[in-house]
Design a protein around this ligand. Structure first.
Ligand code: ASP
Length: 325
């Protein structure tokens, strides 16, 4: 079929020439710096549109299947909000125990079923690699919303967008990741994604929750500056972004091991006296005790704003894979 020229009436360009049209988003490794700048620009546009008109019809008539095999509050509801703000609708499958999955249906079969009804599938699954399996089975785009301890690419994209919007740039920053760096999938994705920029990483964690060696090696090969430590003291004063994570209780085989490390770090106003005045504290949430509520009113506490940026990034990603950006 001959391709049509760009339709000037479509605010985000002709879907036939849109670069992410029909693609899966499984890993941050799919993104280069140019893709990121593009995603940020679309997300920024989404922010402007939401602030101006709230809801608009860019994805009118499109359907998203939100397939969640693991608990989620923010990722699931922000994808729903994103789709609805773009005029589309959502098939929510949050409790797979009530679905055919509980009868033993395989992931490829579930995905092949849902794509008969929907235009795009968002998947959260407890096993690393599940999103890649689903993407292979489906003809329609699959977006990875977290696969076990593997990746959480949409979180990493919204985290990077948050840093950009809050601090204005990424190059030159010192990023300190704190807490459960072993099981926290968000830090695996974020460190990989930020390695597209000239940043320095400090990893601060209990010894049993250190950043996986494969991530460190991958970044080393890209000549990234990285330090590892059990203490925050040295890293905090030079930190521009303190990325705090929850100790991932559900990934521990031994509950006693979890008990030993669960309260290893607490960010509170006295601790933050040693940090810069212009820096941000982020957290993918939910937080348990690792950031004290007393810190919430500090202007450096960016974790609630971070959730809002997530809406704009997820709107951008949906529009991109559906050929409207
Ligand atoms: N919400 C994030 C995730 O799904 C972080 C967390 O659960 O601690 O990975």
């Amino acid at each position: 079929m001959p391709t049509q020229p760009n339709n000037p009436h479509l605010p985000f360009g002709d879907q036939r020439t849109a670069p992410w049209y029909g693609k899966d988003i499984v890993s941050v490794k799919q993104f280069n710096r140019e893709d990121l700048e593009y995603t940020f620009a679309v997300a920024h546009e989404m922010r402007t549109m939401v602030e101006r008109v709230g809801t608009f019809d860019l994805l009118k008539g499109k359907i998203l299947a939100n397939l969640f095999y693991e608990p989620s509050t923010r990722t699931s509801s922000s994808f729903t909000a994103a789709m609805e703000r773009l005029g589309g609708s959502v098939i929510p499958i949050n409790e797979v125990k009530y679905s055919s999955v509980s009868k033993g249906e395989s992931l490829p079969d579930t995905v092949r079923t849902l794509e008969c009804y929907a235009d795009v599938i968002v998947l959260r699954h407890p096993e690393t690699g599940a999103a890649a399996i689903a993407a292979k089975a489906a003809r329609k785009p699959v977006i990875n919303a977290g696969d076990g301890v593997g990746e959480h690419p949409t979180q990493a994209l919204l985290d990077a967008f948050t840093i950009r919007e809050e601090l204005g740039h990424l190059d030159g920053l010192t990023i300190t990741m704190l807490g459960d760096l072993k099981y926290g999938r968000t830090v695996h994705s974020l460190s990989r994604l930020l390695s597209l920029y000239k940043v320095k990483f400090n990893y601060v964690s209990p010894d049993i929750l250190r950043m996986p060696a494969d991530v460190i090696e991958e970044l080393k090969a890209k000549k990234m500056e990285q330090t590892e430590s059990g203490s925050l003291e040295k890293a905090l004063p030079e930190t521009d972004v303190l990325y705090v994570t929850r100790v991932q209780k559900e990934r521990f085989e031994d509950p006693a091991a979890y008990e030993k490390v669960k309260g290893a770090y607490v960010i509170d106003p006295p601790t933050m006296k040693a940090a810069k005045e212009r820096m941000i504290v982020m957290h993918p949430l939910p937080r348990i005790t690792e950031i004290s509520m007393e810190f919430d009113d500090d202007p450096r506490a960016a974790y609630f704003r971070q959730m809002e940026y997530g809406l704009y990034v997820r709107m951008a990603l949906l529009a991109m894979v559906l050929g409207k950006a």
